[in-house]
Design a protein around this ligand. Structure first.
Ligand code: BMA
Length: 341
């Protein structure tokens, strides 16, 4: 019997899975033995796929993938899979229309997230709005993608929508930033009744006291609703003399007021160690963008971009990860307060 529960989430018996080791040196998160699941030059004109998001769909899986074209410009490509490990990609990048039905193609689009809220799937990405900012589109059938109003002013990156409304409003994380590689950054949260007007902005968490996340942090996978609160896998960045290092961190947020952090793990959950994480277009990057989780077994598969070159898969279970985050939690007042000044 599991100790904790995944709430408001489907049963996904065909989700990818591999058992973990009996003992761990650190966090109970283990990599898929066949990583990376997506290698280089995955389709014509695309040199690398990484930082991508997937969901269960019609008994199989579908995803939005950051494809770095051979001219270096990132766009979003749709992918399909029976097992969420082996993916086939549409050769054409996703074409959007606006709410009037006119064609819309972003100047660039990267780090997509894919979140189902009620009966609609939302794609959230970082694109150009006279500077880096958040783009959002909706689809019900993965054929028509309707681009919505830009939710936030530039500069802002790393937006993640929650999988359900809270107190009647859509809720989204974002990270205000600068126009460059942003050597700072905290996670904020905003609410919207209609996905057009955003407000009630709150601060969620600051960059960490711990060195692995001391430069900046950013939202990662869409939070998982659990009996302990919203389980969040996010990224934390350390600034070394040799560049940024991106690790995966974990936190649990209050279910009704997610700007309040209940538990925040002081250690990283996963940090670059394998060749595909340490070596690539940008070395030393583990960048989580999605999970697939099964509410029946509590199994969780984390999808993460590796070294801006590959997609990696790692596993944990709800009971193991919640116990680990709670047992290693260190919070301060900027975590636990409501986040409005
Ligand atoms: C961030 C984003 C991510 C990328 C990371 C490491 O600022 O651009 O897409 O994975 O840097 O290069």
């Amino acid at each position: 019997m599991s100790k904790y529960k995944i709430l408001n989430s489907p049963v996904v018996p065909n989700m990818p899975w591999q058992d973990g080791p009996a003992e761990f040196n650190g966090a109970p998160v283990w990599r898929y033995s066949q990583n990376p699941i997506i290698g280089r030059n995955p389709l014509p004109g695309v040199a690398r796929i990484f930082n991508s998001a997937v969901v269960p769909y019609n008994g199989a899986f579908i995803g939005v993938f950051r494809g770095e074209q051979t001219n270096g410009i990132p766009y979003i490509y749709l992918g399909h899979s029976e097992d969420a490990i082996h993916w086939t990609f549409d050769q054409e990048k996703i074409h959007f229309v606006d709410e009037q039905g006119n064609d819309f193609m972003p100047v660039y689009a990267y780090d997509p997230r894919l979140v189902k809220v009620e009966d609609t799937y939302y794609i959230i990405w970082c694109g150009d709005f006279y500077g880096a900012a958040i783009g959002i589109a909706k689809t019900k059938d993965f054929k028509t993608f309707v681009r919505l109003e830009n939710p936030f002013l530039p500069f802002n990156r790393n937006a993640v929508l929650f999988p359900r409304k809270i107190n009647g409003n859509f809720v989204m994380f974002s990270r205000p930033s600068d126009s460059g590689h942003t050597p700072f950054g905290d996670v904020f949260i905003s609410e919207s009744p209609d996905l057009t007007y955003w407000g009630k902005h709150r601060h969620v968490m600051s960059k960490g006291n711990e060195w692995w996340e001391s430069l900046k942090i950013g939202g990662g996978a869409a939070p998982i609703e659990t009996s302990e609160g919203w389980l969040l896998f996010y990224h934390g960045v350390s600034g070394t003399c040799n560049g940024y290092v991106y690790s995966i961190g974990g936190a649990i947020l209050d279910i009704d007021e997610p700007s309040r952090v209940k538990y925040r793990c002081e250690t990283f959950l996963l940090t670059p160690e394998e060749w595909y994480e340490e070596r690539g277009f940008v070395p030393n990057v583990c960048f989580p963008c999605a999970t697939i989780h099964d509410s029946e077994t509590g199994r969780i598969a984390i999808y993460y971009g590796a070294a801006d070159s590959y997609v990696g898969l790692a596993f944990t279970t709800l009971d193991q990860i919640i116990d680990y985050i709670r047992d290693h939690s260190v919070t301060n007042v900027t975590d636990t307060e409501m986040g409005r000044r």
